[in-house]
Design a protein around this ligand. Structure first.
Ligand SMILES: C[S@@+](CC[C@H](N)C(=O)[O-])C[C@H]1O[C@@H](n2cnc3c(N)ncnc32)[C@H](O)[C@@H]1O
Length: 311
């Protein structure tokens, strides 16, 4: 006889799986190398992960999702044209090069295997010598050295650095500190990058300008109430900086999309600016940028930062 179901009885818990592959727990992408994640110390030797590493992995995998499509499109275009020109991706403020290694692992390495030749290169740009040396060593150890290069330079120096090619195809900057995102934009403009994917860190310059002229601005415009309190000064400084970065990119011939990288619970610095070069410089964006700079008392700063902006 079938027992009647008692709705007040607690439902039996499903049995926990005895062993769970790390990829199930980690939400990894198909083909993503566990060995690489261990070599990067994102996973422990036993395949475990802590909260910080989980957060970083999520950020990097999400960013890769956004850049995979443009990389694929650029490669298809080159193959269709019979071009063997490598795709060059410059990653600014590379740190331990998590992003660079994963782009190589998930995109360039399988494409190299499919086409029987190298199809591109990731160049990590980083000021900290020890991180550059460690990345170089790891790339050699993993046999990635053909597709990866690491340059010990600041982002602002990188534009004129002879080790870097005249043109790059894609610029990435994941939490590159402070003004390094602005330098990455300047680099991308000079190198005529087709795509830029920027996740800015906090930027202190604009907040400092707002702070300096606060009394004056509060008297002049009610909008200055938006940054009267110190916390708001910092937040508004970041917000204004990112808004202006987008206008600047549009004024220089890029189509811009702004979205969030991951859920806010994973990172406070979560804004992703995606820019695609259309070559159509948007005059109205430049005019808006000039007007905003004037309205907020940031003209001098704007002249220093947005050097390609026409008057
Ligand atoms: C917050 S970490 C992010 C590292 C990496 N992109 C990631 O998401 O794991 C920022 C890195 O940028 C580097 N950095 C800061 N300013 C830089 C600059 N102007 N040029 C090059 N690297 C810079 C720092 O040394 C640091 O390694």
């Amino acid at each position: 006889m079938v027992k009647p179901h008692n709705q007040y009885m607690p439902k039996p818990k499903p049995a926990a799986p005895k062993t769970q592959a790390p990829s199930d727990q980690l939400d990894l992408r198909s083909g993503q190398s566990i060995e690489l994640l261990k070599a990067l110390h994102i996973l422990t030797r036993e395949g475990k992960i802590n909260q910080d590493s989980r957060r970083k992995l999520k950020q990097v995998n999400h960013l890769f999702q956004f850049i995979e499509k443009p990389l694929t499109e650029m490669l298809s275009q080159r193959l269709a044209q019979g071009s063997t020109m490598p795709i060059i991706l410059a990653d600014h403020g590379a740190g331990k090069s998590y992003l660079g290694f994963m782009i190589h692992d998930l995109f360039f390495k399988p494409q190299q295997a499919a086409h029987g030749r190298s199809v591109g290169q990731v160049i990590g740009i980083e000021t900290r010598t020890e991180l550059v040396a460690a990345s170089q060593q790891l790339a050699q150890q993993l046999g990635f050295e053909e597709g990866m290069q690491f340059v010990n330079a600041s982002v602002s120096q990188a534009t004129a650095d002879h080790r870097l090619p005249e043109q790059v195809d894609m610029v990435t900057a994941l939490h590159a500190c402070d003004t390094a995102t602005d330098d990455a934009i300047a680099f991308g403009l000079t190198k005529q990058a087709q795509y830029m994917a920027l996740v800015p860190c906090c930027q202190a310059e604009v907040a400092a300008c707002l702070r300096q002229d606060k009394a004056l601005q509060l008297a002049r415009t009610p909008l200055a109430e938006l940054w009267r309190h110190p916390l708001h000064t910092r937040e508004m400084g970041s917000q204004i900086t990112n808004v202006m970065r987008c206008l600047y990119l549009e004024s220089q011939g890029y189509q811009v999309t702004v979205t969030e990288l991951v859920g806010w619970e994973h990172s406070m610095k979560n804004e992703l600016i995606l820019a695609h070069r259309s070559g159509q410089k948007k005059r109205s964006a430049g005019e808006r940028l000039h007007a905003l700079l004037a309205e907020l008392g940031l003209k001098d700063w704007g002249l220093r930062r947005f050097t390609a902006l026409e008057n």
